[in-house]
Design a protein around this ligand. Structure first.
Ligand code: PAF
Length: 274
């Protein structure tokens, strides 16, 4: 595996690989098994696998955890090596951004509800960096986790709207043995917080169970979920269809139930697709 830092290196690699398939996994580092499953899928489906690690400042809002975002550079390099990654791209901020730049703006509705409502301009930053990385790497396939469902749906929309010749691959959320969705931000949780955080997947599982029993009324499902989540600070519970439109009745195989909640000082998101 080669670790690369410059735009010129990426350009040379891209030229050399001509028509080979390129699988790309963009990350912000502090890799865990969730990232590993994206990399493994990319490894299975492509000739060349490129992973990027870049803690993208433009997707963090004032006062968020940009400065303390977990960094595990040496462990990340090892994980990528062992997973058979061909190139690990680790640029600095100045390699990626100049002072005055064109930005991608998230669409008014899908980009500004839920995560976008609580974190306005977050998705502008996500889409901008993902488009930059797509432009540089020109992957055949790009891999994203379903845990960031809204991000995934906006990236798919960007690819569709801008006619980008890239396949977006959605990969299932990885959970620990108790059901907590893996996230780099779990590193902030104390053992007590971790116990409380389990209420999130418990509430999502309840939604799935209700739907399996043919209870499709969104308000009713949300009410029951709020009861489970009472001990923690819920930011939102929502049920949307795959296009991120609010719905009143769950549509089987076209609905996502989502939760954002704060446990201690850590904000967590999770969802299940139904
Ligand atoms: O999901 C993430 O880790 C980030 O939002 C991404 C897609 C790497 C863009 O910075």
């Amino acid at each position: 595996m080669e670790v690369i830092n410059t735009i010129d290196q990426i350009k040379i690699i891209r030229q050399n690989y001509g028509n080979k398939t390129i699988g790309f996994v963009p990350t912000m580092g502090a890799l865990h098994e969730g990232h590993l499953s994206l990399i493994q899928q990319a490894r299975q489906e492509n000739d060349i696998v490129i992973v990027s690690i870049f803690v993208n400042p433009t997707q963090f809002l004032e006062g968020e955890d940009l400065e303390k975002y977990p960094k595990k550079e040496q462990a990340d390099i090892k994980i990528c090596q062992l997973a058979g990654v061909d190139y690990l791209f680790m640029p600095t901020k100045d390699t990626i951004y100049t002072d005055d730049e064109i930005k991608v703006l998230a669409p008014n509705i899908r980009g500004y509800i839920l995560e976008g409502y609580n974190r306005p301009s977050h998705f502008d930053g996500v889409l901008t960096i993902v488009l930059k990385l797509f432009g540089l790497i020109q992957p055949t396939n790009a891999y994203f986790g379903k845990k960031d469902a809204q991000q995934l749906s906006l990236i798919q929309q960007m690819v569709d709207n801008l006619f980008l010749p890239i396949n977006i691959k959605a990969i299932n959320t990885k959970r620990d043995s108790k059901g907590l969705a893996l996230s780099s931000r779990n590193a902030y949780l104390t053992p007590k917080d971790k116990e409380k955080a389990l209420l999130i997947s418990k509430s999502l599982n309840l939604a799935l169970k209700m739907v399996a029993q043919n209870e499709l009324d969104v308000e009713l499902i949300k009410q029951k979920m709020y009861t489970i989540l009472d001990p923690i600070e819920v930011e939102y519970i929502a049920i949307v269809n795959y296009e991120f439109k609010y719905i009143e009745k769950v549509e089987i195989k076209n609905s996502i139930v989502l939760v954002a909640a704060k446990v201690g000082s850590t904000r967590l998101i999770d969802n299940m697709w139904m």
